[in-house]
Design a protein around this ligand. Structure first.
Ligand code: GLP
Length: 241
């Protein structure tokens, strides 16, 4: 594990973008695993800038996102498809058909989960997976549970996640109660993982993930077993390490 502690969010974002850009330069047809949330926005902005100046090229990149809310239409401004289009895809030279998210509107959720796992396999697995960290240690939407789920699955969001994400909706009643998330298997099979963490509110989750016992009650703790992981945390997030 390589740990970078940065001064602040801006420096964290640049470091995350550096690592992703390096991967894209070395392998132009990279399979990029992407994350939503406020944490990656600065890194996405930096990648957009680098794409404008020509230092990174998305024309052969394929993407797979971690998760999507269940039954939130893709044109809803809090759907993760909408987020990705607005924060990255519409602003870089990526082909829309090369961008993938779970379809939260699929009528048959089980076959959608299987489709997503097959898609990741057909792409040859994920070259580099960007992750944020939930306040309860979740990665993607893999919530604390009795077991680690290997494959893509439907998950009931915990109350703490609903409350954390309510800030982005008009009120907490509007936050979907379920989501589809990539499982721990695809995340752990990614050839490189980048975990980005910012702010004092994440300090405990980061400490429990990196220093605590490996347990499905802290999903991020599984990352201790990944052989090629970069953790990029700002000073506040790293304060309990
Ligand atoms: C969401 C997403 C996660 C994300 C996490 C943290 O629930 N499903 O992929 O990492 O919350 O979000 P934020 O970066 O906004 O703190």
């Amino acid at each position: 594990m390589k740990l970078y502690v940065t001064r602040d969010y801006e420096e964290m974002s640049l470091k995350v973008a550096d690592i992703i850009a390096a991967q894209m330069i070395l392998k132009p047809d990279t399979v990029l695993g992407l994350a939503t949330g406020t944490t990656p926005v600065g890194a996405y902005n930096s990648l957009i800038e680098r794409n404008k100046t020509g230092s990174v090229d998305f024309s052969s990149v394929r993407t797979v996102n971690l998760d999507e809310y269940w039954e939130l239409p893709s044109d809803h401004d809090q759907s993760y498809r909408y987020f990705m289009d607005h924060h990255l895809f519409n602003n870089v030279n990526i082909l829309p058909e090369n961008t993938n998210l779970p379809n939260g509107m699929a009528s048959d959720k089980d076959s959608e989960c299987r489709r997503y796992d097959s898609l990741i396999e057909e792409l040859g697995g994920i070259d580099i997976q960007l992750l944020g960290l939930g306040h309860n240690g979740h990665i993607g939407f893999n919530e604390p549970d009795d077991v680690f789920y290997k494959g893509t699955h439907v998950v009931k969001l915990t109350e703490s996640t609903i409350q954390a994400n309510a800030r982005l909706f008009n009120n907490s009643d509007e936050v979907p109660r379920y989501a589809i998330t990539m499982g721990i298997g695809a995340i752990m099979n990614a050839r490189t993982v980048v975990l980005a963490v910012s702010g004092s509110g994440k300090a405990k989750a980061l400490r429990d993930s990196l220093k605590g016992p490996v347990s499905p009650m802290v999903p991020g703790s599984i990352l201790q077993l990944h052989s090629n992981i970069y953790v990029v945390a700002d000073a506040e997030a790293a304060s309990l390490l």
